[in-house]
Design a protein around this ligand. Structure first.
Ligand SMILES: CC(=O)N[C@H]1[C@@H](OP(=O)(O)OP(=O)(O)OC[C@H]2O[C@@H](n3ccc(=O)[nH]c3=O)[C@H](O)[C@@H]2O)O[C@H](CO)[C@@H](O)[C@@H]1O
Ligand SMILES: C=C(OP(=O)(O)O)C(=O)O
Length: 435
Protein backbone atom coordinates (compact mmCIF):
# COMPACT_ATOMS: atom_id res chain seq x y z
CA UNK A 1 0.00 0.00 0.00
CA UNK A 2 1.27 3.47 -0.80
CA UNK A 3 1.63 5.80 2.15
CA UNK A 4 3.29 9.02 3.16
CA UNK A 5 5.25 8.82 6.39
CA UNK A 6 6.02 12.08 8.14
CA UNK A 7 7.89 12.63 11.40
CA UNK A 8 6.97 15.85 13.16
CA UNK A 9 9.29 18.49 14.52
CA UNK A 10 11.12 20.01 11.57
CA UNK A 11 10.83 23.72 10.72
CA UNK A 12 10.23 24.41 7.00
CA UNK A 13 12.41 26.94 5.21
CA UNK A 14 13.12 27.82 1.59
CA UNK A 15 11.13 28.30 -1.60
CA UNK A 16 8.36 26.28 -3.19
CA UNK A 17 6.72 26.97 -6.56
CA UNK A 18 3.00 26.41 -7.01
CA UNK A 19 1.60 24.58 -10.04
CA UNK A 20 -1.13 25.69 -12.40
CA UNK A 21 -4.58 25.48 -10.79
CA UNK A 22 -6.39 22.14 -10.95
CA UNK A 23 -9.76 23.87 -10.76
CA UNK A 24 -8.85 26.18 -13.65
CA UNK A 25 -7.25 23.65 -15.95
CA UNK A 26 -10.11 21.10 -15.82
CA UNK A 27 -12.78 23.48 -17.20
CA UNK A 28 -10.28 24.96 -19.67
CA UNK A 29 -9.41 21.51 -21.08
CA UNK A 30 -13.15 20.71 -21.25
CA UNK A 31 -13.76 24.03 -23.05
CA UNK A 32 -11.09 23.26 -25.64
CA UNK A 33 -13.49 20.82 -27.34
CA UNK A 34 -15.79 23.68 -28.34
CA UNK A 35 -13.25 24.68 -30.99
CA UNK A 36 -14.26 23.19 -34.31
CA UNK A 37 -10.98 24.37 -35.83
CA UNK A 38 -7.42 25.06 -34.65
CA UNK A 39 -5.50 23.55 -31.76
CA UNK A 40 -5.51 24.77 -28.16
CA UNK A 41 -2.13 24.90 -26.45
CA UNK A 42 -2.31 25.15 -22.66
CA UNK A 43 0.73 25.99 -20.54
CA UNK A 44 1.44 25.49 -16.81
CA UNK A 45 -0.70 22.37 -16.70
CA UNK A 46 -0.04 20.40 -13.48
CA UNK A 47 0.75 16.70 -13.73
CA UNK A 48 -2.24 15.60 -11.67
CA UNK A 49 -4.39 12.47 -11.75
CA UNK A 50 -7.43 14.66 -12.58
CA UNK A 51 -5.67 16.12 -15.63
CA UNK A 52 -4.92 12.60 -16.93
CA UNK A 53 -8.58 11.72 -16.37
CA UNK A 54 -10.00 14.71 -18.29
CA UNK A 55 -7.49 14.04 -21.08
CA UNK A 56 -8.78 10.45 -21.27
CA UNK A 57 -12.37 11.71 -21.45
CA UNK A 58 -11.43 13.90 -24.43
CA UNK A 59 -9.56 11.06 -26.16
CA UNK A 60 -12.59 8.79 -25.67
CA UNK A 61 -14.60 11.44 -27.49
CA UNK A 62 -12.13 11.36 -30.42
CA UNK A 63 -10.17 14.54 -29.68
CA UNK A 64 -6.38 14.42 -30.09
CA UNK A 65 -4.71 15.26 -26.78
CA UNK A 66 -1.00 15.47 -26.09
CA UNK A 67 0.46 16.17 -22.61
CA UNK A 68 4.15 16.75 -22.04
CA UNK A 69 6.36 19.23 -20.17
CA UNK A 70 3.33 20.82 -18.45
CA UNK A 71 1.76 21.64 -21.82
CA UNK A 72 -1.49 20.14 -23.06
CA UNK A 73 -2.36 20.39 -26.75
CA UNK A 74 -5.91 19.61 -27.82
CA UNK A 75 -7.08 19.22 -31.40
CA UNK A 76 -10.86 18.76 -31.38
CA UNK A 77 -11.40 19.58 -35.04
CA UNK A 78 -12.46 16.01 -35.96
CA UNK A 79 -16.07 14.89 -35.42
CA UNK A 80 -16.48 14.08 -31.70
CA UNK A 81 -18.53 11.49 -29.83
CA UNK A 82 -20.98 13.31 -27.58
CA UNK A 83 -20.92 10.87 -24.64
CA UNK A 84 -18.83 10.51 -21.48
CA UNK A 85 -19.30 7.18 -19.68
CA UNK A 86 -19.45 6.39 -15.95
CA UNK A 87 -15.88 5.02 -15.71
CA UNK A 88 -14.52 8.55 -16.15
CA UNK A 89 -17.17 10.54 -14.30
CA UNK A 90 -16.84 8.16 -11.33
CA UNK A 91 -13.15 9.06 -11.04
CA UNK A 92 -13.73 12.79 -11.34
CA UNK A 93 -16.94 14.79 -11.10
CA UNK A 94 -15.50 17.61 -13.21
CA UNK A 95 -16.10 15.34 -16.25
CA UNK A 96 -19.63 16.87 -16.30
CA UNK A 97 -17.99 20.04 -17.63
CA UNK A 98 -18.03 18.54 -21.14
CA UNK A 99 -21.85 18.86 -21.15
CA UNK A 100 -21.89 22.60 -21.98
CA UNK A 101 -19.26 22.50 -24.76
CA UNK A 102 -20.79 19.42 -26.46
CA UNK A 103 -24.34 20.75 -26.24
CA UNK A 104 -23.26 24.07 -27.72
CA UNK A 105 -21.26 22.54 -30.58
CA UNK A 106 -23.39 19.47 -31.46
CA UNK A 107 -26.81 20.10 -29.89
CA UNK A 108 -26.39 16.90 -27.89
CA UNK A 109 -24.47 15.50 -24.93
CA UNK A 110 -24.88 12.43 -22.72
CA UNK A 111 -22.82 12.11 -19.56
CA UNK A 112 -23.00 9.72 -16.60
CA UNK A 113 -24.56 11.36 -13.52
CA UNK A 114 -21.73 12.26 -11.16
CA UNK A 115 -23.49 11.45 -7.87
CA UNK A 116 -22.19 12.56 -4.50
CA UNK A 117 -18.78 12.15 -2.94
CA UNK A 118 -17.09 12.27 0.46
CA UNK A 119 -17.89 15.96 0.93
CA UNK A 120 -21.59 16.09 0.06
CA UNK A 121 -24.40 15.18 -2.35
CA UNK A 122 -23.25 17.64 -5.06
CA UNK A 123 -26.29 17.87 -7.39
CA UNK A 124 -26.06 19.41 -10.91
CA UNK A 125 -29.59 20.87 -11.03
CA UNK A 126 -28.27 24.42 -11.61
CA UNK A 127 -26.24 23.31 -14.64
CA UNK A 128 -29.38 21.70 -16.09
CA UNK A 129 -31.56 24.71 -15.24
CA UNK A 130 -29.23 26.87 -17.35
CA UNK A 131 -29.28 24.50 -20.33
CA UNK A 132 -33.09 24.26 -20.19
CA UNK A 133 -33.41 28.06 -20.11
CA UNK A 134 -31.42 28.12 -23.37
CA UNK A 135 -33.91 25.73 -24.99
CA UNK A 136 -32.37 22.29 -24.30
CA UNK A 137 -34.42 19.22 -23.38
CA UNK A 138 -32.98 17.45 -20.37
CA UNK A 139 -33.55 13.75 -19.66
CA UNK A 140 -32.22 11.97 -16.61
CA UNK A 141 -32.37 8.16 -16.47
CA UNK A 142 -30.37 4.94 -16.21
CA UNK A 143 -27.57 6.80 -14.47
CA UNK A 144 -27.11 9.28 -17.31
CA UNK A 145 -28.08 12.86 -18.04
CA UNK A 146 -28.82 13.67 -21.67
CA UNK A 147 -29.27 17.17 -23.08
CA UNK A 148 -30.49 17.90 -26.57
CA UNK A 149 -31.52 20.86 -28.69
CA UNK A 150 -32.77 21.34 -32.25
CA UNK A 151 -30.50 23.87 -33.94
CA UNK A 152 -28.51 26.34 -31.84
CA UNK A 153 -29.13 27.06 -28.18
CA UNK A 154 -30.96 30.36 -27.62
CA UNK A 155 -29.52 33.11 -25.43
CA UNK A 156 -31.47 33.44 -22.17
CA UNK A 157 -31.55 34.98 -18.70
CA UNK A 158 -30.52 32.52 -15.98
CA UNK A 159 -30.58 33.15 -12.24
CA UNK A 160 -28.59 30.55 -10.29
CA UNK A 161 -30.23 29.57 -6.98
CA UNK A 162 -26.75 29.02 -5.53
CA UNK A 163 -23.51 30.54 -6.85
CA UNK A 164 -22.18 27.22 -8.19
CA UNK A 165 -18.70 27.20 -9.74
CA UNK A 166 -19.42 24.25 -12.04
CA UNK A 167 -22.85 25.52 -13.13
CA UNK A 168 -21.48 29.00 -13.90
CA UNK A 169 -18.71 27.42 -16.01
CA UNK A 170 -20.88 24.87 -17.81
CA UNK A 171 -23.62 27.34 -18.72
CA UNK A 172 -21.10 30.06 -19.69
CA UNK A 173 -19.43 27.60 -22.10
CA UNK A 174 -22.78 26.62 -23.62
CA UNK A 175 -23.84 30.27 -23.99
CA UNK A 176 -20.61 31.14 -25.83
CA UNK A 177 -22.02 29.47 -28.98
CA UNK A 178 -25.73 30.21 -28.38
CA UNK A 179 -27.79 32.44 -30.65
CA UNK A 180 -28.11 35.92 -29.10
CA UNK A 181 -27.42 37.25 -25.63
CA UNK A 182 -27.29 35.35 -22.34
CA UNK A 183 -27.27 36.98 -18.93
CA UNK A 184 -26.19 34.81 -15.98
CA UNK A 185 -27.07 36.12 -12.52
CA UNK A 186 -25.90 35.11 -9.02
CA UNK A 187 -22.80 33.60 -10.63
CA UNK A 188 -19.88 32.16 -8.71
CA UNK A 189 -16.96 34.63 -8.72
CA UNK A 190 -13.97 32.31 -8.28
CA UNK A 191 -10.72 33.27 -10.10
CA UNK A 192 -10.95 29.99 -12.05
CA UNK A 193 -14.14 31.28 -13.70
CA UNK A 194 -12.29 34.40 -14.83
CA UNK A 195 -9.51 32.20 -16.24
CA UNK A 196 -12.06 30.15 -18.20
CA UNK A 197 -13.75 33.29 -19.56
CA UNK A 198 -10.35 34.67 -20.63
CA UNK A 199 -9.61 31.41 -22.46
CA UNK A 200 -13.02 31.41 -24.20
CA UNK A 201 -12.61 35.07 -25.20
CA UNK A 202 -9.23 34.27 -26.76
CA UNK A 203 -11.03 31.53 -28.73
CA UNK A 204 -13.37 34.23 -30.10
CA UNK A 205 -16.16 34.33 -27.49
CA UNK A 206 -17.76 37.56 -26.22
CA UNK A 207 -17.99 37.26 -22.44
CA UNK A 208 -17.97 40.18 -20.00
CA UNK A 209 -18.37 40.30 -16.22
CA UNK A 210 -16.67 37.01 -15.23
CA UNK A 211 -15.57 37.38 -11.61
CA UNK A 212 -18.70 39.39 -10.75
CA UNK A 213 -22.18 38.11 -9.98
CA UNK A 214 -23.49 38.96 -13.46
CA UNK A 215 -21.91 37.53 -16.61
CA UNK A 216 -23.08 38.70 -20.05
CA UNK A 217 -22.39 36.55 -23.08
CA UNK A 218 -23.07 37.35 -26.72
CA UNK A 219 -23.06 34.07 -28.61
CA UNK A 220 -20.84 33.59 -31.67
CA UNK A 221 -21.09 31.01 -34.45
CA UNK A 222 -17.78 29.29 -33.94
CA UNK A 223 -14.73 29.23 -31.67
CA UNK A 224 -11.13 28.52 -32.66
CA UNK A 225 -8.31 26.86 -30.68
CA UNK A 226 -5.92 29.24 -28.92
CA UNK A 227 -2.94 29.43 -26.56
CA UNK A 228 -3.41 30.00 -22.83
CA UNK A 229 -1.43 29.86 -19.58
CA UNK A 230 -3.31 28.48 -16.55
CA UNK A 231 -3.42 30.64 -13.38
CA UNK A 232 -1.50 29.49 -10.27
CA UNK A 233 -3.23 27.13 -7.86
CA UNK A 234 -4.43 29.22 -4.91
CA UNK A 235 -5.35 26.12 -2.89
CA UNK A 236 -1.93 24.50 -3.32
CA UNK A 237 -0.40 27.89 -2.43
CA UNK A 238 -2.60 28.16 0.69
CA UNK A 239 -1.62 24.62 1.70
CA UNK A 240 2.10 25.49 1.61
CA UNK A 241 1.38 28.73 3.48
CA UNK A 242 -0.11 26.64 6.28
CA UNK A 243 2.91 24.28 6.15
CA UNK A 244 5.22 27.26 6.75
CA UNK A 245 3.04 28.72 9.51
CA UNK A 246 2.41 25.49 11.42
CA UNK A 247 6.16 24.64 11.61
CA UNK A 248 7.15 28.21 12.64
CA UNK A 249 9.06 28.26 9.36
CA UNK A 250 9.93 30.87 6.72
CA UNK A 251 8.86 29.91 3.20
CA UNK A 252 8.52 31.86 -0.05
CA UNK A 253 5.48 30.46 -1.88
CA UNK A 254 6.34 31.36 -5.47
CA UNK A 255 3.36 32.11 -7.68
CA UNK A 256 0.94 32.74 -4.77
CA UNK A 257 -1.25 35.74 -5.69
CA UNK A 258 -2.62 37.97 -2.89
CA UNK A 259 -5.68 38.90 -4.96
CA UNK A 260 -6.71 35.20 -5.10
CA UNK A 261 -5.93 34.55 -1.43
CA UNK A 262 -7.23 37.58 0.52
CA UNK A 263 -9.46 35.66 2.93
CA UNK A 264 -6.74 33.07 3.63
CA UNK A 265 -4.08 35.76 4.15
CA UNK A 266 -6.33 37.75 6.43
CA UNK A 267 -7.26 34.75 8.63
CA UNK A 268 -3.64 33.62 8.88
CA UNK A 269 -2.58 37.16 9.86
CA UNK A 270 -5.28 37.15 12.57
CA UNK A 271 -3.62 34.00 13.88
CA UNK A 272 -0.29 35.83 14.17
CA UNK A 273 1.36 34.66 10.93
CA UNK A 274 3.53 37.21 9.06
CA UNK A 275 2.81 37.35 5.32
CA UNK A 276 4.85 39.58 3.04
CA UNK A 277 4.21 40.22 -0.62
CA UNK A 278 7.40 39.78 -2.65
CA UNK A 279 8.00 40.08 -6.38
CA UNK A 280 7.78 36.32 -6.93
CA UNK A 281 5.04 35.42 -4.46
CA UNK A 282 4.16 35.43 -0.77
CA UNK A 283 6.67 34.94 2.05
CA UNK A 284 5.10 33.25 5.06
CA UNK A 285 6.71 33.32 8.50
CA UNK A 286 5.18 31.31 11.32
CA UNK A 287 4.96 32.88 14.82
CA UNK A 288 6.22 31.34 18.06
CA UNK A 289 2.60 31.08 19.22
CA UNK A 290 -0.47 30.87 16.95
CA UNK A 291 -3.68 32.60 18.10
CA UNK A 292 -7.14 31.00 17.82
CA UNK A 293 -9.67 32.36 15.33
CA UNK A 294 -13.05 31.54 13.73
CA UNK A 295 -13.71 30.80 10.07
CA UNK A 296 -16.86 30.35 8.00
CA UNK A 297 -16.43 28.90 4.50
CA UNK A 298 -18.24 30.86 1.79
CA UNK A 299 -18.23 31.21 -2.01
CA UNK A 300 -15.40 33.45 -3.30
CA UNK A 301 -14.31 36.02 -2.14
CA UNK A 302 -15.22 34.37 1.17
CA UNK A 303 -13.02 31.76 2.81
CA UNK A 304 -12.64 28.76 0.42
CA UNK A 305 -14.02 25.39 1.48
CA UNK A 306 -11.00 23.81 -0.27
CA UNK A 307 -8.77 25.35 2.47
CA UNK A 308 -11.03 24.32 5.37
CA UNK A 309 -9.27 21.12 6.45
CA UNK A 310 -5.76 22.62 6.12
CA UNK A 311 -6.79 25.59 8.30
CA UNK A 312 -8.24 23.11 10.79
CA UNK A 313 -4.74 21.64 11.16
CA UNK A 314 -3.38 25.14 11.83
CA UNK A 315 -6.12 25.88 14.39
CA UNK A 316 -5.31 22.66 16.24
CA UNK A 317 -1.89 24.19 16.88
CA UNK A 318 -3.29 27.56 18.02
CA UNK A 319 -3.73 28.81 21.59
CA UNK A 320 -7.42 29.03 22.58
CA UNK A 321 -10.80 28.05 21.13
CA UNK A 322 -11.23 28.10 17.33
CA UNK A 323 -14.40 27.40 15.37
CA UNK A 324 -14.76 26.44 11.70
CA UNK A 325 -18.22 26.54 10.13
CA UNK A 326 -18.68 24.84 6.75
CA UNK A 327 -21.49 26.42 4.71
CA UNK A 328 -20.60 25.32 1.15
CA UNK A 329 -20.79 21.52 1.46
CA UNK A 330 -23.06 19.72 3.92
CA UNK A 331 -20.62 16.95 4.87
CA UNK A 332 -17.02 18.12 4.66
CA UNK A 333 -15.87 17.00 8.11
CA UNK A 334 -14.78 13.40 7.46
CA UNK A 335 -11.20 14.37 8.39
CA UNK A 336 -12.24 15.25 11.96
CA UNK A 337 -12.25 11.57 12.96
CA UNK A 338 -8.78 11.16 11.46
CA UNK A 339 -7.46 14.24 13.34
CA UNK A 340 -8.90 12.69 16.51
CA UNK A 341 -6.77 9.60 15.91
CA UNK A 342 -3.86 12.03 16.22
CA UNK A 343 -5.12 13.13 19.66
CA UNK A 344 -6.78 16.33 18.40
CA UNK A 345 -9.18 17.95 20.85
CA UNK A 346 -12.20 18.83 18.73
CA UNK A 347 -15.92 18.22 18.43
CA UNK A 348 -18.53 18.61 15.69
CA UNK A 349 -21.65 20.64 16.47
CA UNK A 350 -24.00 20.84 13.48
CA UNK A 351 -22.09 22.51 10.66
CA UNK A 352 -19.28 23.66 12.96
CA UNK A 353 -16.15 22.13 14.43
CA UNK A 354 -14.91 23.46 17.75
CA UNK A 355 -11.26 23.06 18.68
CA UNK A 356 -9.62 23.63 22.05
CA UNK A 357 -6.03 24.44 21.24
CA UNK A 358 -3.31 23.71 21.23
CA UNK A 359 -3.80 19.97 20.83
CA UNK A 360 -0.90 17.77 21.80
CA UNK A 361 -0.80 16.04 18.40
CA UNK A 362 0.59 12.53 18.21
CA UNK A 363 1.63 10.54 15.14
CA UNK A 364 -0.88 7.88 14.06
CA UNK A 365 -2.09 5.82 11.10
CA UNK A 366 -4.67 7.93 9.28
CA UNK A 367 -6.48 7.84 5.95
CA UNK A 368 -7.11 10.70 3.51
CA UNK A 369 -10.88 11.00 3.11
CA UNK A 370 -10.66 13.55 0.27
CA UNK A 371 -7.78 15.37 -1.41
CA UNK A 372 -7.64 18.37 0.96
CA UNK A 373 -8.06 16.11 4.00
CA UNK A 374 -5.00 14.17 2.80
CA UNK A 375 -2.95 17.37 2.70
CA UNK A 376 -4.31 18.51 6.07
CA UNK A 377 -3.35 15.26 7.83
CA UNK A 378 0.18 15.60 6.47
CA UNK A 379 0.28 19.21 7.74
CA UNK A 380 -0.74 18.01 11.20
CA UNK A 381 1.91 15.28 10.93
CA UNK A 382 4.57 17.99 10.45
CA UNK A 383 4.15 18.99 14.10
CA UNK A 384 2.91 15.74 15.66
CA UNK A 385 5.06 13.79 18.07
CA UNK A 386 6.46 10.74 16.26
CA UNK A 387 5.44 9.21 12.93
CA UNK A 388 2.19 9.86 11.06
CA UNK A 389 1.34 7.43 8.26
CA UNK A 390 -1.20 8.71 5.72
CA UNK A 391 -2.90 6.25 3.34
CA UNK A 392 -5.53 6.59 0.55
CA UNK A 393 -3.14 8.75 -1.44
CA UNK A 394 -5.26 8.46 -4.59
CA UNK A 395 -7.21 11.41 -3.20
CA UNK A 396 -4.09 13.52 -2.61
CA UNK A 397 -2.81 12.76 -6.12
CA UNK A 398 -5.96 14.25 -7.65
CA UNK A 399 -4.88 17.71 -6.49
CA UNK A 400 -1.20 17.84 -5.46
CA UNK A 401 1.91 17.23 -7.58
CA UNK A 402 4.85 15.66 -5.64
CA UNK A 403 3.46 16.92 -2.32
CA UNK A 404 5.83 14.88 -0.13
CA UNK A 405 8.89 15.75 -2.28
CA UNK A 406 8.10 19.46 -2.16
CA UNK A 407 7.77 19.36 1.64
CA UNK A 408 11.00 17.33 1.92
CA UNK A 409 12.83 19.99 -0.11
CA UNK A 410 11.64 22.56 2.45
CA UNK A 411 13.17 20.46 5.24
CA UNK A 412 10.34 18.14 6.33
CA UNK A 413 11.19 14.63 7.49
CA UNK A 414 8.83 12.91 5.05
CA UNK A 415 8.84 10.13 2.51
CA UNK A 416 6.40 8.36 0.27
CA UNK A 417 6.71 4.60 0.21
CA UNK A 418 5.01 1.60 -1.28
CA UNK A 419 5.24 -1.13 1.33
CA UNK A 420 3.40 -3.60 -0.88
CA UNK A 421 5.23 -3.40 -4.20
CA UNK A 422 3.57 -4.70 -7.34
CA UNK A 423 5.82 -7.79 -7.64
CA UNK A 424 4.58 -9.04 -4.24
CA UNK A 425 0.99 -8.34 -5.19
CA UNK A 426 1.44 -10.33 -8.35
CA UNK A 427 2.88 -13.25 -6.40
CA UNK A 428 -0.04 -13.10 -3.98
CA UNK A 429 -2.45 -12.98 -6.88
CA UNK A 430 -0.76 -16.05 -8.39
CA UNK A 431 -1.13 -18.00 -5.15
CA UNK A 432 -4.77 -16.96 -4.85
CA UNK A 433 -5.43 -18.00 -8.43
CA UNK A 434 -3.94 -21.49 -7.95
CA UNK A 435 -5.41 -22.25 -4.50
C1 LIG B 1 -13.31 21.13 -10.22
C2 LIG B 1 -13.69 22.27 -9.34
O1 LIG B 1 -13.61 23.42 -9.73
N1 LIG B 1 -14.11 21.96 -8.10
C3 LIG B 1 -14.43 23.01 -7.17
C4 LIG B 1 -15.86 23.46 -7.45
O2 LIG B 1 -16.69 22.32 -7.34
P1 LIG B 1 -18.21 22.41 -7.87
O3 LIG B 1 -18.25 23.22 -9.10
O4 LIG B 1 -18.72 21.01 -7.92
O5 LIG B 1 -18.88 23.16 -6.66
P2 LIG B 1 -20.16 24.12 -6.70
O6 LIG B 1 -19.71 25.53 -6.59
O7 LIG B 1 -21.00 23.74 -7.86
O8 LIG B 1 -20.91 23.71 -5.37
C5 LIG B 1 -21.19 24.63 -4.34
C6 LIG B 1 -22.48 24.25 -3.65
O9 LIG B 1 -23.54 24.37 -4.56
C7 LIG B 1 -24.32 23.18 -4.58
N2 LIG B 1 -24.84 22.96 -5.95
C8 LIG B 1 -23.98 23.00 -7.00
C9 LIG B 1 -24.44 22.79 -8.28
C10 LIG B 1 -25.81 22.58 -8.49
O10 LIG B 1 -26.29 22.40 -9.61
N3 LIG B 1 -26.64 22.56 -7.41
C11 LIG B 1 -26.19 22.76 -6.13
O11 LIG B 1 -26.97 22.74 -5.18
C12 LIG B 1 -23.33 22.09 -4.16
O12 LIG B 1 -23.98 20.94 -3.66
C13 LIG B 1 -22.51 22.81 -3.12
O13 LIG B 1 -23.18 22.78 -1.89
O14 LIG B 1 -16.21 24.47 -6.50
C14 LIG B 1 -16.21 24.00 -5.14
C15 LIG B 1 -16.69 25.16 -4.27
O15 LIG B 1 -15.79 26.18 -4.26
C16 LIG B 1 -14.82 23.53 -4.76
O16 LIG B 1 -14.86 22.94 -3.49
C17 LIG B 1 -14.30 22.50 -5.76
O17 LIG B 1 -12.92 22.25 -5.53
C1 LIG C 1 -13.37 19.32 -3.80
C2 LIG C 1 -12.37 19.53 -4.65
O1 LIG C 1 -12.35 19.16 -5.94
P1 LIG C 1 -13.47 18.43 -6.83
O2 LIG C 1 -14.57 19.39 -7.06
O3 LIG C 1 -12.74 18.16 -8.11
O4 LIG C 1 -13.91 17.20 -6.10
C3 LIG C 1 -11.13 20.24 -4.23
O5 LIG C 1 -10.34 20.58 -5.12
O6 LIG C 1 -10.90 20.42 -3.01
Amino acid sequence: MEKIIVRGGRQLNGTVKVEGAKNAVLPVIAASIIASEGKSVLHEVPSLADVYTINEVLRYMNAEVDFKDNTVTVDASKELTTEAPFEYVRKMRASVLVLGPLLARYGHAKVAMPGGCAIGSRPIDQHLKGFEAMGADVTVGNGYVEVRTEGRLKGAKVYFDVPSVGATENVMMAAALAEGKTVLENCAKEPEIVDLANFLNKMGAHIVGAGTETIRITGVEKLTGTTHTIIPDRVEAGTFMVAAAITKGNVLVKGALTEHLRSVVSKMEEMGVTIKEEAEGLRVIGPEELKATDIKTMPHPGFPTDMQSQMMALMLAAQGTSVITETVFENRFMHVEEFRRMNAKMKIEGRSVIMEGPSDLQGAEVAATDLRAGAALILAGLIADGYTRVTELKHLDRGYVDFADKLAKLGADIERINDNPKVEQTEAEKIEATS
